[in-house]
Design a protein around this ligand. Structure first.
Ligand SMILES: [Mg+2]
Ligand SMILES: [Zn+2]
Length: 181
């Protein structure tokens, strides 16, 4: 079975513009800004893990963003960061879908396709919905805390970190520890 690191997009791989101290999604590829430390962090993780982006993009349904533009942004990231796969939920709450985080649908699809062991896998997010999804399937979760104006995840369900790079270092370290057992 494979090991994976599941990564959220907005606020994790790329900067998420904030409104009322809550993260939003960019609308156009031209607005993209890869977060500091993401490129070296990915490089570290790439050696041992499949890298899979999972992202909620409800703004498509809300008509704030065009699906075509989300796809452009995601394809750019896939190439630039050499991501193995990308899963997107375009639904909103009213659709009651299985993929919208905090539901674990995207993680389950990826598991099936890539033969992933959740127990050996990690998730990096910046909202409690990310952490809850990871917790549901039994990943080890890292939470990048920006102190958004919303409910933060329970500290028992994740490790709080300052950045993607810090999470990548911790994941790499835990892997080494495991190998020594
Ligand atoms: Mg996010
Ligand atoms: Zn969905």
């Amino acid at each position: 079975m494979q090991k994976a690191v599941f990564v959220d997009r907005d606020g994790v791989l790329i900067k998420a513009p904030k409104i009322n101290n809550r993260p939003t999604s960019i609308k156009k590829l031209e607005q993209i800004k890869i977060m500091n430390g993401v490129i070296p962090g990915i490089k570290i993780l790439k050696k041992n893990f499949k890298l899979i982006m999972i992202t909620n993009q409800p703004d498509v349904y809300r008509k704030k963003v065009k699906k075509k533009d989300v796809e452009k942004i995601n394809n750019f990231l896939k190439k630039k960061l050499r991501l193995d796969d990308i899963y997107v939920c375009y639904h909103d709450n009213i659709h009651k879908c299985r993929c919208r985080k905090p539901n674990a649908g995207m993680l389950l699809l990826a598991k099936k396709k890539w033969n992933i062991s959740f127990k050996k896998s990690f998730l990096i997010g910046d909202r409690s919905s990310d952490v809850i999804a990871g917790k549901k399937v039994g990943c080890t979760n890292f939470f990048i805390n920006y102190n958004y104006n919303e409910k933060l995840p329970n500290k028992k369900s994740c490790y709080y970190v300052k950045s993607f790079y810090k999470a990548a270092l911790e994941i790499n370290k835990s892997l080494k520890n495991k190998d020594n057992e």
